[in-house]
Design a protein around this ligand. Structure first.
Ligand code: NAP
Length: 286
């Protein structure tokens, strides 16, 4: 299998994909400078030159709050960029693995979202990611793979775990949202699922996150416990639960964004690790 992977130098998923290339696979990682996904000609030229069997889209505009005031920039990458990759895949007889998000849902459910649950994004980021999914479906039909995930973190790049560790080492008290539930996902496990899905030629809409369900507050508590136990946090911090309305942000976020992974676990013959186990492994690696 020859894979071409989009995304810049700072991307969490891209970094984990680079660390987990399966034996026997040939992987070409192109940076934003080498293949800006918003540049249709650059994408077409790169895919034609490398002739991959599969394109993995690890690029995205992920600044959820900033997207509210940068609608065009978010859509350029998350919708038009995805369309450029999908067209290049179609024109070069390659498959496409596209990664999407729990933010395509509005969070009003109280049971895990199945892959065919109705979408209704609450903000610009979710809208742009949903538009990208629609481009994959329009251009590639059922042959493209859309893999939705949630709350991604890694020892590389910017994410909630690293922000919490920094703040917990700086502050005596920290307020964290306790009324939004979801599943943290280690980008390492996600990368493994992406590679397996590429090898098994999975298509259609799928969900992959770690297993379990918690709030951001529970997650912060767990980060604190693991951080203290592993010597990554050197002082005591009180973590205070906050309601969403006590921490206003430009973008609204789903109150509940747990994804049902059963279809994907069956298709891959692989189940996700529990989020706590993943967190422990990631913290050991930091
Ligand atoms: N992070 C989360 O919590 C989360 C949750 C749910 C779903 N997801 C989805 O999971 C996937 C991976 O996310 P991630 O956490 O790895 O994101 P990330 O760490 O923010 O990385 C995004 C990458 O996209 C690259 N990029 C942005 N614009 C580009 C362009 N025009 N051309 C080429 N590359 C471009 C960035 O390049 P530079 O390095 O040059 O800036 C960066 O490397 C995304 O599809 C995201 O929507 C993420």
């Amino acid at each position: 299998m020859k894979a071409l992977i989009s995304g810049g130098k700072t991307g969490q998923l891209r970094w984990e994909l680079a660390r987990t290339v399966p034996a026997g696979a040939d992987a070409v990682f192109l940076t934003r400078e080498e293949m800006d996904v918003t540049d249709a000609d650059a994408v077409a030229a790169a895919v034609a030159a490398h002739r991959p069997d599969v394109i993995i889209n690890a690029s995205a505009y992920t600044a959820v709050d900033k997207a509210e005031s940068e609608r065009e920039a978010a859509f350029a990458v998350n919708c038009d960029g995805v369309a450029n990759l999908a067209r290049a895949a179609r024109d070069n007889n390659a498959r496409l693995v596209h990664v999407s998000t729990d933010f395509v849902f509005d969070g009003s459910s109280s049971s895990p979202y199945t892959t065919d649950a109705p979408t209704k994004p609450l903000g610009v980021y979710g809208e742009s990611k949903l538009a990208g999914e629609q481009q994959v479906q329009e251009i590639l039909g059922e042959s493209g793979l859309i893999l939705r995930t949630s709350w991604v973190y890694s020892s590389f790049g910017n994410n909630f775990v690293k922000t919490m560790l920094r703040l917990m080492n700086e502050r005596d008290e920290l307020g964290v949202i306790a009324d939004q539930a979801g599943t943290p996902t280690w980008a390492r496990g996600l990368a493994g699922a992406v590679w397996l899905a590429a090898e098994k030629q999975l298509s259609g809409v799928h969900h992959w996150t770690d297993a379990g369900l918690i709030s951001w507050y529970d997650f912060a508590q767990a980060i604190y416990e693991e951080g203290r136990a592993g010597g990554k946090i050197n002082k005591q911090t009180r973590i205070r639960p906050l309601r969403t309305e006590e921490y206003p942000t430009p973008a609204r976020r789903p109150a509940y964004s747990v994804l049902d992974k059963s279809k994907t676990w069956d298709a891959l013959g692989l189940t996700s690790d529990h989020w706590r186990e993943s967190l422990r492994k990631m913290m050991q690696e930091l």
